[in-house]
Design a protein around this ligand. Structure first.
Ligand code: LLP
Length: 426
C-alpha cells in the first residue's frame, strides 16, 4: 500500500487491523489461510487523481479489468467516474453486471471471436480496438446484422521498445499485438468497405509498468503523426487511445509513473490541435497500491544457513514473482521484537519458482504469524489459478472502516464439485 498504517500494533487497511480482519474471515471460512484485502477509499482517491490529471484533455479513462475484476472494485471505479476496459467476453459481461453502460465500456484483445463481435454489436460499446484488419470483416457482419454502428480503433504496433520485463513489453516489433502503421493507414483510407463500422481511431498500448514518460511520449508522437497522415490521405481520425502502462513503485518509494507531468505535457502539446477524443486504459496504477495479499506463515525451516519462511499463499495466488521475477514488499502484520535477518520467503506449491523473496530482511517470524505482500491489488487475484489443487482466496474490501467479504474463497469441496461426466456424441 502507498500508506502503511498500524492500528493497536497491527498492520491495518482503511482503519481495520488486519489480524482482526483475518480472524473475522476465518469465522466464515475456517480453512482460510490467506486472502486479498483492498481499500476502497484509497481506490476512490486514485481514481479521482487519475481523472483530474487527464481532465484538461476531456479524456475517457477505462479501467483495465484484467488488473482486477472484483465486482466491488469495478463498481467503486464506476461510481468514481471511470469507464471499463474489457479484454474478453467474460469481462464484457462483468462490465455490464457492474453497471458500465454502452458508452462506458470498450473491448480489447487480439483473438477476437464471433461471440465478442456479436456481443458488442448487440449490447453496445464505446469502441472496439481491433488487433488486425481481418477482424473488421467479422465486426462488420455482426454490426450489420444488429443494425448498429460499432466504433473501431485500429491497434498499431509502433515498434517502441520499453524497459522492464520482456513479457509486459507489448509495443516492440516482434510482439504479437497490432498492425503495421502502413496497414492501418490503408485500412483507414478504405473504411467505406465496412459501412456498419466507424473506423476512425488509433490505439497504441506500448507496455505495462512504465516508470518514465519516454515510451508513452513516443506513442503520442506515433499516434499524432499517423492521424496527420491519415487526414492527409482523406481519412481523418477522431479517436486516439493511448492504452495503459502507468507504473507504480513496488519498493514503496516515490518512483511511480509521473502521471500529472505526462498529462500536463500532453495537454500543452495538443492544445493547438482540433482535438480528437482521448482514451486511456489504466490498470495497475489504480488498483495495485490499494490491495495486499494477507497470509499465514506455515513453517520456518533452517537449512545450510538459510532461513526459509513458508507462507500459506503461493504462486497460484500471486503469480507475478514467479512469472516476472517481480518483488512485492513483505510486511509482518504484528512484527515480533528482535533483529531482522535475511529470509527466503516461499509458497507451498511444488515448484522451485514458488519464491516471493530471497535475502529479505525480516524480523523473527513464527508459524501462525500473519504477513502482508504489498501492492498486490493488480494482476494478483485475476492471475490466480487452482494449480496444485488449491482454491482461490477470498477477497475482502474495506470501505471507511467497514469490512466486507466481497468474494468467497474456494474450498477443496468447491474444486471437487466441478467434476462432470458428460457423454459427448461424436
Ligand atoms: N490496455 C491494454 C491493451 C493492455 O493490454 C493492458 C495490460 C492495459 C491496458 C493495462 O495496462 P496497465 O495500465 O495495467 O499497465 N500481468 C502483468 C501485466 C500485464 C499487462 C497486460 N496488459 C503484470 O503483472 O505485471
Amino acid at each position: 500500500m502507498t500508506v502503511l498504517e498500524r492500528v493497536s500494533g497491527s498492520l491495518a487497511v482503511g482503519g481495520v487491523p488486519l489480524d482482526r480482519a483475518f480472524a473475522a474471515l476465518q469465522r466464515l471460512e475456517p480453512s482460510a489461510h490467506g486472502c486479498y484485502v483492498y481499500d476502497l477509499e484509497q481506490l476512490e482517491g486514485r481514481a479521482r487523481r487519475f481523472r483530474a490529471a487527464f481532465a484538461p484533455l476531456g479524456a475517457f479513462s477505462a479501467f483495465a479489468f484484467k488488473a482486477n475484476s472484483l465486482p466491488a472494485i469495478l463498481e467503486c471505479l464506476r461510481r468514481s467516474g471511470m469507464g471499463g476496459e474489457a479484454g474478453s467476453l467474460g469481462e464484457l459481461e462483468l462490465a455490464e453486471a457492474a453497471g458500465f453502460g454502452p458508452g462506458d465500456r470498450l473491448l480489447n484483445g487480439n483473438g477476437r471471436t464471433l461471440e465478442e463481435a456479436e456481443w458488442v454489436a448487440g449490447h453496445g460499446v464505446h469502441s472496439v480496438n481491433a488487433d488486425h484488419v481481418g477482424e473488421l470483416d467479422l465486426l462488420q457482419r455482426a454490426a450489420d446484422r444488429e443494425g448498429r454502428t460499432v466504433r473501431v480503433a485500429l491497434r498499431v504496433n509502433p515498434g517502441i521498445v520499453t524497459s522492464g520485463h520482456h513479457y509486459v513489453a507489448t509495443g516492440r516489433e516482434d510482439a504479437k499485438f497490432g498492425v503495421a502503421p502502413e496497414e492501418a493507414l490503408a485500412a483507414w483510407s478504405a473504411r467505406t468497405r465496412w459501412p456498419a463500422l466507424q473506423v476512425d481511431g488509433v490505439h497504441i498500448h506500448v507496455g505495462s509498468q512504465l516508470l518514465d514518460v519516454g515510451p508513452l511520449e513516443q506513442a503520442v508522437d506515433t499516434a499524432l503523426s499517423l492521424a496527420d497522415e491519415s487526414q492527409h490521405r482523406g481519412a481523418p481520425l477522431s479517436l486516439v487511445n493511448l492504452g495503459g502502462g502507468f507504473g507504480i513503485d513496488y519498493s514503496g518509494g516515490a518512483g511511480e509513473f509521473p502521471l500529472e507531468d505526462y498529462a500536463g505535457r500532453l495537454a500543452r502539446r495538443v492544445e493547438a490541435r482540433h482535438g480528437p477524443e482521448w482514451v486511456f486504459e489504466p490498470g495497475r496504477w489504480l488498483t495495485a497500491p490499494v490491495g495486499l495479499l494477507l497470509c499465514e506463515v506455515l513453517w520456518i525451516k533452517r537449512r545450510g544457513g538459510l532461513r526459509f519462511v513458508v507462507l500459506a499463499a503461493g504462486m497460484n495466488d500471486l503469480l507475478r514473482p514467479a512469472l516476472y521475477h517481480a518483488r512485492h514488499r513483505i510486511v509482518p502484520v504484528r512484527p515480533r521484537p528482535g533483529p531482522e535477518e535475511p529470509a527466503t520467503v516461499v509458497g507451498p506449491v511444488c515448484e522451485s519458482a514458488d519464491v516471493f523473496a530471497e535475502g529479505e530482511p525480516l524480523p523473527p517470524l513464527e508459524p501462525g504469524d500473519l504477513v502482508a505482500l504489498l501492492d498486490a491489488g493488480a494482476y494478483g487475484a485475476t492471475m490466480a489459478s487452482n494449480y496444485n489443487g488449491r482454491g482461490r482466496l477470498a477477497e475482502l474490501v474495506v470501505d471507511r472502516g467497514r469490512l466486507t467479504r466481497a468474494r468467497a474463497g474456494e474450498t477443496p469441496a468447491d474444486l471437487a464439485a466441478r467434476r462432470r461426466e458428460d457423454v459427448l456424441e461424436v
